[in-house]
Design a protein around this ligand. Structure first.
Ligand code: NAD
Length: 471
């Protein structure tokens, strides 16, 4: 749903792909094979609601099956269409390759405004959508595994899992047919926060490289950096909260559907989120200036701009006026290809979506592994590690002749919980992926920016798999 772009979202993704492919030396036709969307199904189904039949349209695209299952969210939105689903599925393929998650890319959508339906109606619609996907082989723990995206969440994922389980009662791994489920229904600790947490870890890693920070025209750490945030939904809320509370960044503007609020001394994310929940918008938030035309605040001067709402918001018409040093793409496709070119010329560092918002799929991967292994992470080794920590502490205290106290004692005395392990696995994933992207950027002189390097990395990894298969 690009606001002002000559090219569609799908074309934007393909143009970024082509730019990266040109910098690599790959056999003829292989890039075309990687770029092509393998399969897409459109379903139309009627559900009897409020005494009449209503027909819904949905899609599920399988972009690449170089590894199985394929993975990607399902979004519920009125503006959803087939091209957008294909673009998002392609991004999923590249994203999974970048962060070394062994999945092909997929994506799904239902053209619906979820706010117009009550819970019971949404459940019936979602269960019916699941049946349609199942009939056509577009869902299954070894085949195609959806997750939440815009307009969907935990509740819907548990309806999908339950429906799939009913359709496949003998499949012991049935719950692994979808991720982002509630923890009491096969989900994993830390999944809800995962994408926002990944944005935080990705930014932390960027700031661990002083040359990259200097190239963007900044210095130092995240502490005190001013951030403009668009979208305070699942991704935006968690990213803003962690960056403020744990890294000391300052959220100077929050842009939402109904406008934007600004306070150069910093907005308290928790209080704004509570106001948003209560009133449905940011208007009338005390202690901040309100602007009705929220999108113009994308142009507010800041150190880091984080679009976390939707695609196409930074385009050829506003790219020249964007006054930030870093764009951290928490949303999928927020910067169009034309805008990307303008911003690159201007030296703005763009940390690309295909890397930065991969936290969701990474933790979804952990959830899927948990479903297949039928055991909670940490269940076998938590107490064992606690006992080892205690033994080390005893030796230390004996050698020192005094008790050890404070955080050192706490960390030695506590074995890892599922949440600790999930966060640690996600942090490691985001650090490693950034380092791999950076290595390619520094070693290939045809590659000039992080997005091209990220796409190049994905293409190279997928090409290697195809070459191994001798296809
Ligand atoms: P969400 O529905 O929870 O939140 C989106 C937020 O953006 C809402 O608060 C909404 O009011 C706001 N918004 C919508 N239109 C806006 C506009 N024009 N201006 C300002 N604010 C607007 O969705 P989400 O899950 O947080 O996803 C946000 C983006 O992140 C999407 O691009 C999605 O594809 C991407 N993403 C999400 C995940 C995930 O795990 N949820 C993972 C990867 C990428």
């Amino acid at each position: 749903m690009s606001t002002s772009s000559k090219t569609s979202f799908l074309e934007n993704v393909n143009l970024s792909f082509d730019r990266a492919a040109k910098a690599l030396d790959l056999p003829d036709g292989l890039c075309q094979q990687i770029r092509t969307c393998n399969a897409i199904c459109e379903v139309k189904f009627g559900v009897k609601l409020r005494g009449r039949y209503e027909v819904f349209t949905g899609w599920r695209a399988t972009h690449s099956e170089h590894v199985l299952p394929v993975k990607g969210g399902i979004r519920y939105a009125t503006f959803a269409d087939q091209q957008e689903v294909e673009a998002l599925a392609a991004l999923m393929t590249y994203k999974c390759a970048i962060v070394n998650v062994p999945y092909g890319g997929s994506k799904g959508a239902l053209k619906i405004d979820p706010r117009k339906y009550n819970e019971e109606e949404l459940e019936r619609i979602t269960r019916r959508f699941t049946q349609e996907l199942d009939k056509r082989g577009f869902i299954g723990p070894g085949l195609n595994v959806p997750a939440p995206d815009m307009g969907t969440g935990q509740q819907m994922m548990s309806w999908i899992a339950d429906e799939y389980q009913k359709l496949h009662p003998n499949d012991i791994n049935a719950r692994g047919c979808v991720t982002g489920k509630p923890v009491n229904f096969g989900g994993i600790q830390g999944r809800t926060e995962a994408t926002g947490r990944g944005v935080q870890f990705g930014l932390q890693e960027f700031f661990r490289h002083p040359e990259d920070v200097r190239k963007a025209g900044l210095e130092g750490s995240l502490e005190g950096k001013s951030i403009v945030m668009q979208g305070l939904g699942n991704v935006g809320y968690h990213a803003a909260k962690f960056l403020q509370e744990e890294d000391g960044a300052k959220i100077t503007a929050i842009l939402e559907r109904d406008g934007a609020i600004v306070n150069d001394n910093g907005l308290d994310v928790e209080t704004v989120a509570a106001h948003l929940l209560e009133t449905g918008g940011v208007k009338d938030f005390p202690g901040a200036e309100y602007f009705e035309d929220g999108a113009t605040l994308l142009e507010k001067e800041c150190d880091i701009l984080i679009p976390a709402a939707m695609e196409g918001v930074i385009h050829q018409d506003n790219a020249e006026r964007i006054r930030t040093r870093i764009i951290a793409e928490a949303a999928n496709g927020p910067v169009t290809f034309e805008a990307d070119n303008i911003l690159r010329e201007r030296g703005v560092a763009i940390i690309p979506d295909a890397y930065l918002n991969a936290g969701g799929v990474t933790v979804s991967y952990f959830e899927w592994l948990k479903n297949l292994s039928h055991v909670r992470f940490g269940r076998l080794d938590r107490r064992y590690e606690e006992a080892q920590g205690k033994a080390i502490l005893d030796v230390l205290e004996e050698a020192l002749g005094k008790p050890v106290s404070g955080p050192a004692r706490d960390s030695l005395m506590v074995g890892p919980s599922e949440l600790t392990l999930v966060r640690s696995g996600l942090d490691d994933t985001m650090r490693e992926a950034y380092r791999e992207i950076r290595e390619l950027l520094l070693s290939n002189d045809k590659i000039k920016d992080l997005r091209t390097a990220a796409f190049g990395l994905a293409i190279q990894k997928i090409a290697d798999i195809y070459k191994s298969m001798h296809l």
